[in-house]
Design a protein around this ligand. Structure first.
Ligand code: HEC
Length: 144
């Protein structure tokens, strides 16, 4: 039977397999390109508060303690779903504003950033935007 598996059979399997998986790859790439723009709510980036909030998120290194959609540090709570967890953007703003200046005695806690009202609005708008992204139900529970 071994003579049935010739060099040309091997070549055909190689070319056929390559072609098949190339087509699967292209089909999945096309599907991703169709779906991602709807899932990531890109239109919300037209809101200047969301864009300014992302800047604040970056320059204050929130990700040094928090994770956002799973990426970041695991010292402090996940913030991708914090607006849903705390109930509203106002509650997120109130939490950030209410941090004690000296921190919580005896442990490393959320710092006081002294944001202006406008900055609080921006960071809450950014966290609200992140919460609207369709992550296929991730994280699996509200605790994040
Ligand atoms: C030094 C670490 C640290 C940094 C930096 C930090 N946080 Fe926090 N954050 C915490 C900790 C710890 C908590 C948990 C509550 C507490 O202990 O104060 C928290 C809680 C929160 C909460 C409430 C989460 C919940 O589920 O109750 C929000 C909202 C939040 N942080 C936003 C931010 C934003 C926005 C930034 C950046 C501007 C930031 N944090 C930067 C440590 C940090």
């Amino acid at each position: 039977m071994s003579e049935a598996f010739t060099t040309s059979t091997a070549r055909n399997i190689f070319y056929g397999g390559t072609m098949f998986f190339l087509l699967v790859f292209l089909a999945l790439t096309y599907q991703t390109e169709q779906v991602i723009p709807k899932r990531d709510k890109r239109e919300m980036l037209a809101d200047p508060n969301v864009v300014a909030g992302k800047k604040l998120w970056e320059v204050n290194n929130c990700i040094g303690c928090h994770s956002l959609l799973g990426e970041g540090a695991y010292f402090a709570p996940e913030l991708g779903n914090v607006v849903a967890r705390l109930g509203s953007q106002e509650a997120v703003m109130a939490f950030i504003q209410s941090r004690p200046k000296e921190g919580v005695p005896g442990r490393r806690s959320m710092p006081q950033f002294n944001f202006t009202d406008q900055q609080l609005k921006e960071i809450a708008a950014f966290l609200n935007y992140v919460g609207q992204i369709d992550t296929a139900k991730w994280p699996p529970n509200i605790q994040g």
